[in-house]
Design a protein around this ligand. Structure first.
Ligand SMILES: [Zn+2]
Length: 215
């Protein structure tokens, strides 16, 4: 586990997409790794003596939601996701996905059932001090979480030395994704850590450079 801030950690065992951990009043895991990675994340948490009580999914892609059911079962954590993401998570919306995306979802969930969600979050809201920010684009109900000036960006963009857009073949609505990034910039974040890129400080500056690339 890597420490990003006093109460903010980044896990290493999630597979393709890094889960994060917010150690607020209610220890909250942000994303749950790839299908099959639940036990790895469970071990990583246990080794640090951390007992999560909540899981918030940034979106329904298999590398973020695949380990969720396992972790829910072994920890009793409440699983939350955006209501706008429901068709992707319960799979009722899969038939309307682009064919490549649908095939990838199917393959990566490896025959597991749709992840159970205990609580659907509506619009912009706050969960135990964590800001939930709707950021449609990569998926229709994608959310970014903000905590102590940091954005946990999921796949809204890719953080690192230089911020990038998420690869467009995996982005369902690229125009909305750009609008979402512009909106995140307006929050003047201090740092950002996405699921597929390294955590970085000076997020406002880096987002500004990204936004200017299409303006
Ligand atoms: Zn994704």
């Amino acid at each position: 586990m890597d420490r990003i801030g006093p109460d903010l950690l980044r896990l290493i065992g999630g597979g393709f997409a890094a889960p994060h951990l917010i150690m607020g009043d209610v220890p909250t895991l942000v994303d749950a790794g790839t299908a099959g990675r639940g036990p790895t994340i469970e071990r990583e948490l246990r080794a640090s003596g951390i007992r999560i009580e909540r899981i918030i999914l940034t979106h329904g892609d298999p590398d973020h939601a695949g380990g969720s059911d396992h972790l829910r079962r072994v920890t009793g954590a409440e699983v939350c996701a955006s209501l706008a993401e429901r068709p992707l998570i319960d799979r009722s919306g899969w038939p309307s996905l682009p064919r490549l995306r649908r095939g990838l979802m199917k393959a990566m969930f490896r025959g597991t059932p749709p992840p159970t969600v205990d609580r659907w979050l509506e619009g912009a809201t706050t969960v135990n001090g964590i800001d939930v920010i709707p950021t449609p684009g990569h998926t229709p109900g994608h959310i970014v979480l903000a905590w102590e000036g940091w954005l946990l960006a999921g796949d809204a963009f890719v953080s690192g030395q230089r911020f990038r857009e998420s690869p467009w073949p995996f982005t369902i609505d690229r125009l909305s994704a750009r609008r979402s990034i512009e909106m995140l910039l307006s929050r003047a974040p201090r740092g950002a850590s996405s699921s597929h890129g390294r955590p970085a400080e000076r997020a406002s500056e880096r987002l500004q450079v990204l936004v200017e690339s299409w303006r």
